[in-house]
Design a protein around this ligand. Structure first.
Ligand code: SF4
Length: 510
């Protein structure tokens, strides 16, 4: 018997605009100790489906069957599901900072998790927390258990979340984009950790991701989702090396890691459809490069049975899945290199000289006093010209976000000089910043933390238009909906709240 058996699962979310069919007739199973990957674009239903199974989507309408160790998940009440979470099914989310309480130490939070499910004393629970932190690779676990979440780096926080999920030795861990917010080097370490967890604890893992490459080395089997439907399922080799569905083919063709010699990537044209009124026929037909007339009207058949290699498309195993034609024009010949001394004619937009930023010195952090000032930026200089894309790369804690915040006026500099569009803003003078505020905007890593959960998305996007007097009345709504279209959001979703969007869609809102 499979550990988790899901058959014909459908999840619909009532919204002001209508019923969103977030998951539509999805079936799969996960065996004990298996690493099962679920991949798809933002809004494909992968997170909604899993969150619904463990009771984290109150108010949704469900149908179908979902059994965990033979127990019917969809028939359980909130208290039964609460007991199941943690004890039998552990959860790990993309952003550990918002999953950890900022006022309690890491060790205390893990120990409380143990005490919430088991009748053990504080001392024993703390000892188990320290032991588990050590097993997931947190150095000096006894000392670091007394640190607060903000004192851990992004990678260490994710290790702490994994320790918390493992402490009660669950049979299954659901990891929702666990490496998306991490640097590449830390991402590789966390994926390796998931591999060793399976070996050491025999825990099954459902890894939800938008990135096929995350699954390339670790998954046993993979399910591809699009617009709430299952497009393809099979072993990692079936799906990644012998894809049968044009959407899977499109995901692989658009991956830089799979096309290292390509000068241009082949993105999947268009954007996912509305889930309130999805297209007739095959839901992928508006974006499919090999759609024919019948794809617009008739639902496609499913080839393969059960959890074997199966896909839902008119193309059968005899028909090769063609690669999408390159939609971009042929690259223009490379420009003749200019002599090193030729001046760039574009005007300088940002000029930063010798920027220094220090934090702390005598602040209290929880019960501890942070005495030493942290020198986050130490004499950084750069120039950014109009229309230029400037890459800032470095590991966690190297100061790249601090520099970006200084350039956007969100952190006052400790010393140095900063000029934006010819205006000197080194002194953090409010009036000087006001005149250049609309010239520098930021998109943050954590889109959910940057959006007011009580305001509708249309109103959030309209805010800068209003503040800077760029549009009003009917024109304002039109401008907002045009912008939504430009970033790949459905303008129909103007009246939705941030919680009704997936993580990737929230980033587009930001
Ligand atoms: S059924 Fe038609 S539109 Fe859908 S994926 Fe297959 S070929 Fe493309």
């Amino acid at each position: 018997m499979a550990l988790l058996e899901v058959a014909d699962l459908s999840v619909a979310i009532p919204t002001a605009d209508g019923l969103v069919r977030a998951v539509d007739n999805v079936s799969f199973s996960v065996a004990a100790g298996e690493m099962f990957g679920i991949v798809g674009e933002s809004g494909s239903g992968k997170s909604v489906g899993m969150s619904t199974l463990v009771g984290l989507m109150p108010g949704v309408r469900t149908s179908g069957h979902a059994h965990f160790e033979g127990r019917d998940l969809l028939a359980m009440d909130a208290e039964q599901l609460r007991k199941l979470r943690g004890r039998h099914i552990g959860m790990i989310f993309q952003d550990p900072l918002s999953s950890l309480h900022p006022h309690f130490t890491i060790g205390w939070q893990i120990a409380e998790m143990v005490r919430a499910h088991e009748d053990v004393g504080r001392k024993e629970a703390k000892a188990r927390a320290v032991s588990m932190l050590g097993r997931v690779g947190v150095p000096e676990p006894a000392r670091r258990a007394d640190d607060y979440p903000h004192q851990f780096s992004g990678g260490m926080r994710q290790r702490a979340m994994i320790a918390m999920a493992l402490t009660l030795n669950p049979e299954l861990i659901i990891a929702d984009e666990p490496t998306t917010a991490l640097d590449t080097t830390v991402q590789a370490q966390i994926l390796e950790l998931f591999g060793s967890i399976r070996e050491e604890f025999g825990t099954a893992v459902i890894m939800i991701t938008h990135d096929l490459e995350v699954l390339a080395d670790v998954a046993d089997r993979v399910m591809v989702m699009y617009a709430g439907r299952r497009m393809e399922i099979g072993t990692r080799e079936d799906v990644l090396d012998r894809p049968r569905h044009p959407y899977t083919r499109g995901l692989l063709d658009s991956s830089p890691a799979r096309n290292p010699s390509a000068t241009r990537l082949r993105p999947i044209a268009g954007r996912p459809p509305s889930l309130i009124a999805p297209p007739d026929g095959c839901v992928f037909h508006p974006r499919c490069p090999v759609a024919i007339d019948s794809c617009h009207t008739s639902p496609p058949p499913t080839h393969g049975a059960g959890d074997e290699h199966a896909w839902t498309c008119r193309l059968d195993e005899e028909t090769p899945v063609p690669q999408a034609p390159d939609p971009t024009p042929a690259p223009t010949p490379r420009a003749v290199p200019q002599p090193a001394t030729a001046p760039d004619p574009r005007p300088v937009l940002i000029r930063a000289d010798d920027v220094v930023k220090t934090f702390g010195g005598s602040r209290r952090i929880g019960r501890q006093r942070d005495k030493a000032a942290l020198r986050a930026l130490d004499g950084v200089s750069l120039e950014l010209r109009q229309g230029e894309t400037f890459g800032l790369v470095g590991e966690s804690g190297c100061g790249k976000s601090t520099l970006a915040r200084c350039l956007a006026g969100l952190h006052p500099m400790t010393s140095g000089r900063l000029e934006i569009n010819g205006t000197d803003v080194s002194t953090s003078d409010r009036r000087a910043w006001q005149s250049v505020r609309s010239d520098v905007q930021m998109v943050f890593q954590d889109p959910y933390g940057s959006l007011n959960p009580r305001r509708r998305v249309g109103s959030i996007i309209a805010e800068p238009f209003r503040i800077h007097g760029r549009a009003s009345g009917d024109g304002l709504r039109r401008s907002v909906q045009d912008l939504m279209e430009v970033v790949g959001l459905n303008p129909e979703h103007y009246n939705r709240f941030p919680a009704e969007f997936s993580g990737g869609q929230r980033q587009r809102i930001g």
